[in-house]
Design a protein around this ligand. Structure first.
Ligand SMILES: NC(=O)c1ccc[n+]([C@@H]2O[C@H](COP(=O)([O-])OP(=O)(O)OC[C@H]3O[C@@H](n4cnc5c(N)ncnc54)[C@H](O)[C@@H]3O)[C@@H](O)[C@H]2O)c1
Length: 441
């Protein structure tokens, strides 16, 4: 049960039960400020400055001197680092907010948790099945003392809970399929050529970090401030393109409703596999076993120009840039991040089978997404998008990339994290890192 529902249901009993205050679990008062390290201090990081006003930013880490200078204006008293490994050794840090590029996410998250620090990590929290599983494993080993949050902040939109209530409440009958999509495309065909040494304000060695070395090119990073992740996240070594980028947000809209667990198979189609760039157009489909409230389901992700078929001629799916569709035995629900459309099938159109939740069963608003994590760090450690929830979601999406690389359906043992019908495909679940870089360090 989500913490928010728990709070609501306890409140509804009217018994005056006291929920354990944070200070009992964490030894701090809710009014204490957290000491936070911001890693990836500008770009997306700057969009957290507002939320961070209630806390102390005691360390900033960035590989670009110009971005560091901008962050230092905001946090003049914070210690400055270019190497996140050194930053994490600063003793007074309670919590780490990670906004560095994707190929650092699992590393920084795991290293931070291993050093007893709470973690908020921008999406996606891993770049392959192994990274996502390792993040989840380390979190589960520490969940009685650390709070984590995956940076899918759209989760705070009330529509996420309304969608979940409709799906779980039976508004479309028995759930059979969840389908998600996103429409961004790219035109890159391979890594960029060497373009001379990196300018002196960029620590390129540290930007590359754990992955294989590629020569500097301003087309990846540093040509202009704020160019951001869409310059580098289509290259396999640096990102996972849309399945990890907007796919994290859009699959979260479904994940919140379907109680997915872990997949038992993955299949994919789309542009031919390239060892250098992630396919711009791709469609992947997963099987999930039954759970306590529903039978087995399939889950899908479409990216680029590929889209699911519309369930009704009145709905033009191509007008919904990022969306989710839930198909059940009695109807279909289509949603984007803020709105939803329910389409009952003709046979069930009277909707008498559906009982909407009573007001006391409606999840209260989540409030600020970062604030939920701050409160969890100081309190009961509970967040909506912790690394158990998000780790399973990213493990699934990255398994889809592995199926695309394998060019066949992969049968998957989620307990062991191995492909069972093609031993060679297990190589696609992991990445090779540069000498000296250890994922779980
Ligand atoms: N949740 C969202 O809605 C959302 C939106 C945009 C980006 N993001 C995520 O935020 C992250 C950053 O994206 P961006 O567009 O800001 O990218 P970016 O390339 O602009 O880099 C962000 C910052 O990280 C710094 N940086 C780069 N390598 C670093 C390293 N090794 N150590 C420390 N700092 C480093 C850069 O100098 C920059 O200040 C990505 O993971 C992206 O997926 C999330």
């Amino acid at each position: 049960m989500k913490r928010r529902n728990f709070v609501k249901s306890v409140a509804a009993t009217g018994t005056g039960l006291i929920i354990l205050p944070g200070s009992i679990l964490s030894g701090r008062s809710p009014s204490d400020k957290l000491n936070i390290a911001l890693i990836g201090a500008h770009g997306r990081g700057s969009q957290h400055y507002g939320a961070l006003e209630t806390e102390n930013v005691v360390a900033i880490c960035d590989v670009h001197a110009g971005n560091m200078a901008l962050a230092a204006k905001q946090y003049p008293n914070a210690k400055q680092y270019t190497d996140w490994r050194k930053c994490l050794d600063q003793k007074d840090i309670d919590a780490v907010l990670i906004c560095a590029p994707d190929h650092h996410h699992a590393f920084i998250s795991i290293w931070a948790m291993n050093r007893g620090k709470h973690v908020y990590c921008e999406k996606p929290v891993g770049e392959c099945v192994t990274e996502a599983r390792e993040v989840r494993k380390v979190y589960l080993a520490n969940k009685n003392k650390l709070a984590t949050q995956h940076g899918t902040q759209r989760h705070a939109n009330e529509n996420f809970d309304r969608v979940a209530e409709l799906v779980r409440g039976g508004a479309i009958g028995d759930l059979k399929e969840a389908i998600t999509w996103g429409n961004r495309t790219h035109d890159k065909t391979g890594y960029l050529p060497a373009a001379g040494p990196a300018p002196k304000e960029i620590d390129w060695e540290q930007w590359i970090g754990p992955v294989q070395m590629h020569p500097f090119n301003p087309g990846y990073f540093g040509a202009r401030p704020g160019a951001g992740c869409l310059l580098w996240n289509m290259y396999h070594d640096f990102g996972s393109w849309q399945i990890g980028d907007m796919g994290s947000h859009t699959m979260d809209l479904a994940w919140n409703a379907i109680d997915a667990g872990q997949p038992t198979s993955a299949w994919a189609e789309g542009d031919p596999f390239s060892p250098e760039v992630v396919a711009s157009n791709m469609h992947t489909k997963f099987n999930f076993p039954a759970n306590s409230w529903r039978g087995p389901i399939t889950v899908e992700w479409y990216q680029g120009t590929l889209k699911p078929a519309s369930p009704n001629p009145a709905i033009d799916i191509s007008k919904i840039g990022h969306g989710a569709m839930f198909k059940g035995t009695k109807g279909t629900l289509i949603a984007d991040f803020t709105t939803r459309i329910l389409i009952p099938d003709r046979s069930g159109a009277d909707m008498t089978y559906y009982k909407p939740p009573t007001p006391d069963k409606v999840a209260p608003p989540l409030g600020g997404f970062q604030q939920q994590w701050f409160n969890a760090c100081k309190g009961d450690l509970k967040t909506d998008c912790d690394f158990d929830y998000a780790g399973r979601m990213i493990e699934t999406l990255m398994l889809g990339l592995a199926a695309h690389q394998a060019g066949k359906e992969l049968q998957y043992d989620p307990g062991k994290g191995v492909v069972t019908n093609d031993p060679a495909a297990n190589a696609f679940l992991t990445k090779e890192y540069r000498k000296g870089w250890v994922l779980n360090g």
